[in-house]
Structures are given as structure tokens and as C-alpha cells.
Design a protein around this ligand. Structure first.
Ligand SMILES: Nc1nc2c(ncn2[C@@H]2O[C@H](COP(=O)(O)OP(=O)(O)OP(=O)(O)O)[C@@H](O)[C@H]2O)c(=O)[nH]1
Ligand SMILES: [Mg+2]
Length: 646
């Protein structure tokens, strides 16, 4: 299936999930079963479905053909080259391509000087004034690509200014910027580019991230620490004419590495079509190069995709299927489509349909409690048939005693609830941002004083250590809360016929994983730094630290939100169940009382309860139907059955 077909079927599925969640919400509201807590949770799921993005990043040493590959994969229908692609360094800043229909077609560029101000890229995304914007008409490919050439703009500044912006100045042989005879160096003019361009895949949430060659990558911590690790797929591009060089290996090691969703592209195979070699010889040469890349990168040969981006673009633009086949791009397109969306769908399914199922299950327990209570009342009223007044008054006293006992039992419940609040406060204390902020301040100071890389690494190590300890302590708080709630649930279920389902225990595995990833990315990036912290390295380190700190904040922020939601999901069902039982006990007392006072006939009361019971049973059935639809959305897509070949 092509990427665009995969997207279609994914979108079809996603819209289905959105509709089912909407239906569940409407149904709950109609049945008067939607409390504000469930409403908020359902709202969040709906938002998660619409904000859903899929990021594909292209990473490589300069001039391997990243931009050309993007042109060939996504923009050939434009009938020309959209992103600039040329000999030497071309793309000078990380470039994101997306399509937000509410904005005009345009490129927004963040000046490189913003680096000196210490604001992180994610902060600046929310500050429109910080960006320079240029509009283009997407119907005129030539004029558009002229505008997009700006991603390659550079400027000359003094070595000092370059250093203050985090560029390493020194020996070109070491990959640093080398000053010219006037002491000036050439740096990118922009820090980041956001291109808003109409495209059917981008419209469905695909985001393409083009990156510049090695040096510029290293200088923007957010790219290494957040954008690339967060990408759903990373395409690492090599070129057949250069093979795997030392710098290719450095990019692979520092920025891509193994992991899921990593594809390796061996570009420029058309260089082998020299008119002298036979097809067989070319084939053998490609196989040999693929095997050699596979060995150096320690990957199965099947994970390496030899292509010619340039010939693929030419073939698509000129409508030449033979050339397209020869470019071998279609195999890469298939792998991308098949690897990307099914994995994405699984994650989204669990986060949305899975969550909606949890909410539905909570409501179903509540309905079951209600149904049980009606059954009890019915049995009780049945037993009153043909009984005299004294039996009825005995029953009334009994109902009253039980109701009072329940009210007394509630005191236990309130006591537990106050312990719960204390434990929750402790949890937020450990997981809170204040603690982290204090620790970060200490680290920043320690780093300022560090003169050697090991000291600096030690300071950063301590920060990570402290963050991990906070998480470990929070995990202990979570266990304590969970144990208390389990005990309470058992006690209440026994005594008051509450129907309480246990919720899955929450853990901070995701936060820990993200923290490890951040630590890993940071270490990889630093392994390349010289031992001695010269002045220019210092500016770079500083920026790097701010990048790490801002990512760490994000991790803790997310953990806080998840913890809050978990705590609410523990307490909310219990509260609504308690409300339900109380209502039922009151109802029951009322029943017996009315019969006692001969205000109602026994038959009338029985009929009323039978009716109420039927309503609840019907509601449970309807809810189960909705649950079945949600469960269907969780199942992996079935592959179309292979048609028998005649
Ligand atoms: N022969 C051949 N040349 C290619 C191919 N793909 C790209 N090129 C050429 O390689 C050069 C670099 O291509 P770009 O797309 O600019 O490479 P890049 O990886 O984006 O490079 P930077 O933006 O500098 O990081 C250009 O001159 C392209 O025309 C290919 O498949 N075959
Ligand atoms: Mg480029």
C-alpha cells in the first residue's frame, strides 16, 4: 500500500474512533451519566485525536541528498524542485514542512540571533513576533522554490559573535568553522524554518523535517534532544559515491542510532549507471555497497534502501515509469508506508479508544451497582406481599438502620479520603517542578565553574540522578496510594454492595524512559567535545544545558498530568458509587415508608422498580454495544486477503 493509501485508511480509522467517542459522550449525556470528570477526559481524547501528528525526519551529512529525497518522495507532483538542493551545503537550518489550513502558504524563519537570548525553540514557537514570515503562492512552483531558498541563507560574523551563538570556531579539519583572512566566519542566517505548504499528506498530520549537515545539527540541542528522538521515523541518508565516511558515522552515532522507525537510504545509485557497466554488473555493485553499509552500521541488509532521489524526481515529473522503477524509490515508499502508520495507529488506539473503554467500564460498574440495588429492593418488596402491618414496620426500621449504618460508614470513607489527599500532596511534592527547578539552578552554577568536560559531565550526571530519585520516590508514593485504595475498595465492596473495579496501577515508566533517552542524547552529543572547555565550547555547553533542562521540565510536566489523571480516576468512580448507594438506600426507605403509610399499593411500587430495572438493563446493553465498537477499534487492521492468482 502506498503512503497515501495508508494515510487514507488511517484517517478513516481515526475518524471512526472520533465518532465512537462522540457517540459515547452523547449517550452518557442523554442517560444522565456524564459527570464533569468523565466529560473532561473525553474532551481530552477528542483533542488528542485531532492534534495527532506524524513526524518523518531526514538526517545525514551535508550533500547526501536529503532535500532532493524529500522533493522526490513528497513534492514531485509540483512538477519541479520545491526544496533547494545543490552541491555543497544547501539547507542551513532545520526545516519543518507541515500544512495548517488556517494559515496561508508561507515560510516562517527564526533568526539565528535568538540563540543568544537563551529561549528554547519550543518556547519561541509560541512567539509569532520572533519569526520573519515570507508568503508564497503554492500554485507557482518556481516562485515558491525561490522563496524557499531562504533556508540556505548565511551571513558572515566575527568569530566572537559566532561563538556566542554556540558555533565552534577553530579548525575546519575538526568540523569547526574556520575564520577567513578578515577573521569572519560564515554561519546560518536562520535558526529554524517552518514551511506551511498545502499537501494531501501534510494535511492529514504528516510533518516532514529536513535537517542541515553535521555542524549545524550539533549546535541546536533541541534537534538532538527532542525533535529527532520524538520523530516517528528517521531516514538516514548515505550516498553511493562517498560510501560510509567518518562523518557519516558520527552523524549516525550521535543523532540517529538504532531504534525503531530508522531507515537507511543509500542515495545516488545513478552514479553507477555509467553506460559501460551492464545491468548485472550495476546490480552486483549495488548489492556489494548495501552489504558493506549493513556491516558498518550493524544492520540487516534488508533495512538499507538503495535509491536515486534525483532520477526518481525526474521520472515522476516527466512521467517515466521505467526510470522510476530504476530509481528504486517505490520500494522505499512502501517500506515507509508499511512501517509508519500501523505502529502509529497502535499508539493512538491505546491512548484514545483504550481510554474511552476505561471510562465506559466505570460507568458500567455504576449501572451494575444500580441494577443490584433494584434487585435487592424488589426481593424485599416481594417478601412483603400478604404480610401484615407489623412486618412492614419491622422492614422499615431495618431499612432505616441500614441507611444509618451506611452514613456512619461514610465517616471511614471521608477519613480515607483525607489520607488520600495527603498522599497525593506528597506525590506532587516529589514529582513537582519546584524540586526540579532548584536542582537545575544548582547544576547551572556547577557547570559555570567547571573547566573540564569531566566536571561538567559530573554536574549534569547529578541533575539526572536527582531527577531519577524524584521519580523513584514518586513511584513509592504511587504504590502506597494504590495499596490504600485497594484495601479501601475491598472493605467497601464487602460492606455496602458497591461495585468497584480496580484500576490499573499507574507507573512512571514513560517518564523514566524519556529521561534515559535525554541522558543518552546528551551524552552522545558531549562525547565529541574536547576535554578542555574553551570559551566557545562554554557558550555551546550553556545552550546545551538549557536545552536539557527544558526537555526535563517537559518530561516532568507530562508525568504530573498523567499522575493527576490517575488520581482522579481512582477517586471519581468511588465518589459516584457512594452517591449511588446513598440514593438507593434513601429510595428503599422511601418505598417501605410509603407502603407503611398505605400511600401506595405494594403492586405500584413493585411495578415501578421492575420498570427502573428494565431501563438499567437496557442501558447496560447499549453501553456494551459501544464498548464492542471501541474494542474493534483497538484491534490491528486486518490485511486484505490475498487474491488467488489465476
Ligand atoms: N547523481 C545524483 N545526485 C544527487 C542525487 N540526489 C541528490 N543529488 C545531488 O546532490 C547534491 C546535494 O543534494 P541535496 O539535496 O542538496 O543534499 P542535502 O543532503 O539536502 O544537503 P544539505 O542541505 O547541504 O545538508 C545536489 O547537487 C543534488 O542534485 C541522486 O540521486 N543522484
Ligand atoms: Mg538539504
Amino acid at each position: 500500500m502506498t503512503l497515501s493509501k495508508q494515510f487514507d485508511s488511517y484517517r478513516h480509522w481515526r475518524d471512526g474512533v472520533a465518532r465512537t467517542i462522540e457517540r459515547l459522550r452523547g449517550w452518557l449525556a442523554d442517560a444522565d451519566l456524564l459527570d464533569s470528570q468523565a466529560e473532561q477526559r473525553l474532551d481530552r481524547l477528542a483533542v488528542r485525536l485531532t492534534e495527532d501528528r506524524l513526524v518523518v525526519a531526514f538526517v545525514a551529512e551535508f550533500s547526501r541528498g536529503k532535500s532532493e529525497l524529500i522533493n522526490a518522495l513528497f513534492f514531485a507532483e509540483r512538477g519541479g524542485r520545491v526544496l533547494p538542493s545543490s552541491v555543497g551545503r544547501t539547507t542551513m537550518c532545520p526545516t519543518e514542512l507541515a500544512w495548517d489550513k488556517s494559515l496561508p502558504s508561507r515560510i516562517a524563519l527564526l533568526p539565528i540571533e535568538t540563540r543568544a537570548e537563551g529561549a528554547s525553540l519550543s518556547d519561541l514557537r509560541r512567539v509569532p513576533e520572533a519569526w520573519q514570515v515570507f508568503f508564497f503562492d503554492p500554485d507557482f512552483t518556481e516562485a515558491m522554490s525561490e522563496t524557499l531558498r531562504r533556508v540556505g541563507e548565511v551571513k558572515r560574523v566575527s568569530a566572537e559573535v559566532a561563538q556566542s551563538l554556540g558555533f565552534a570556531v577553530g579548525d575546519a579539519a575538526e568540523g569547526d568553522l574556520q575564520p577567513d583572512e578578515n577573521g569572519l566566519v560564515e554561519i546560518p542566517r536562520w535558526r529554524h524554518a517552518l514551511i506551511n505548504i498545502p499537501h494531501p499528506l501534510l494535511e492529514q498530520g504528516l510533518v516532514v523535517l529536513d535537517t542541515p549537515g553535521l555542524n549545524a545539527i550539533g549546535a541546536e540541542p533541541e534537534l538532538t534532544l527532542s525533535l529527532l528522538p520524538g520523530a516517528h521515523a528517521v531516514l538516514f541518508v548515505l550516498a553511493a559515491d562517498t560510501g560510509v565516511t567518518q562523518t557519516d558515522l558520527a552523524v549516525w552515532r550521535d543523532h540517529v542510532g538504532g531504534g525503531a522507525g530508522r531507515l537507511v537510504v543509500l542515495n545516488k545509485i545513478d552514479g553507477l549507471w555509467d553506460g559501460l557497466r551492464t545491468d548485472g554488473e550495476i546490480e552486483a555493485e549495488i548489492d556489494r555497497q548495501v552489504a558493506s553499509c549493513a556491516q558498518i552500521l550493524d544492520l540487516p541488509a534488508g533495512n538499507i534502501f538503495p535509491v536515486s532521489a534525483q532520477k526518481a524526481l525526474v521520472a515522476k515529473v516527466g512521467g517515466d515509469p521505467a526510470l522510476l522503477a530504476r530509481s528504486r524509490l517505490p520500494r522505499l515508499e512502501r517500506a515507509l508506508a508499511e512501517g509508519l502508520l500501523p505502529a502509529k495507529r497502535e499508539v493512538v488506539a491505546n491512548g484514545t479508544a483504550g481510554e474511552a473503554l476505561v471510562i465506559a467500564a466505570e460507568v458500567r460498574s455504576l449501572l451494575e451497582t444500580r441494577r443490584n440495588a433494584y434487585a435487592d429492593q424488589l426481593a424485599e418488596l416481594d417478601s412483603l406481599r400478604g404480610k401484615n402491618q407489623s412486618v412492614v414496620s419491622y422492614m422499615m426500621r431495618k431499612a432505616k438502620v441500614e441507611k444509618d449504618a451506611f452514613e456512619k460508614g461514610l465517616r471511614d470513607y471521608y477519613a480515607v479520603r483525607s489520607v488520600f489527599t495527603q498522599l497525593a500532596d506528597a506525590l506532587f511534592g516529589h514529582l513537582g517542578l519546584d524540586t526540579l527547578r532548584r536542582q537545575a539552578r544548582k547544576t547551572r552554577e556547577a557547570m559555570r565553574q567547571a573547566t573540564f568536560t569531566p566536571q561538567l559531565l559530573a554536574a549534569m550526571g547529578e541533575l539526572f540522578q536527582a531527577a531519577r530519585e524524584n521519580i523513584a520516590q514518586s513511584e513509592r508514593d504511587i504504590v502506597e496510594i494504590d495499596e490504600m485504595m485497594t484495601a479501601m475498595r475491598e472493605r467497601f465492596s464487602g460492606v455496602h454492595s458497591l461495585h468497584l473495579e480496580s484500576t490499573a496501577r499507574f507507573n512512571l515508566g514513560i517518564a523514566l524512559r524519556d529521561l534515559d533517552r535525554l541522558d543518552d542524547g546528551f551524552r552522545r552529543q558531549f562525547s565529541g567535545l574536547l576535554n578542555m572547555l574553551t570559551k566557545d565550547k562554554r557558550a555551546l555547553t550553556q545552550q546545551f544545558f538549557e536545552g536539557v533542562a527544558s526537555q526535563m521540565r517537559k518530561i516532568f510536566d507530562a508525568a504530573n498530568r498523567d499522575a493527576e489523571q490517575w488520581l482522579r480516576s481512582l477517586m471519581a468512580p468511588l465518589e459516584s458509587q457512594v452517591r449511588e448507594v446513598r440514593r438507593q438506600l434513601k429510595h428503599r426507605l422511601e418505598n417501605v415508608k410509603r407502603i407503611h403509610e398505605a400511600a401506595d399499593s405494594l403492586k405500584e411500587r413493585i411495578d415501578e422498580i421492575v420498570h427502573a430495572q428494565a431501563v438499567v438493563s437496557a442501558q447496560i446493553n447499549e453501553l456494551e454495544e459501544l464498548e464492542a465498537v471501541l474494542e474493534g477499534a483497538l484491534r490491528p487492521p486486518t490485511r486484505p486477503a490475498l487474491r488467488a492468482v489465476a
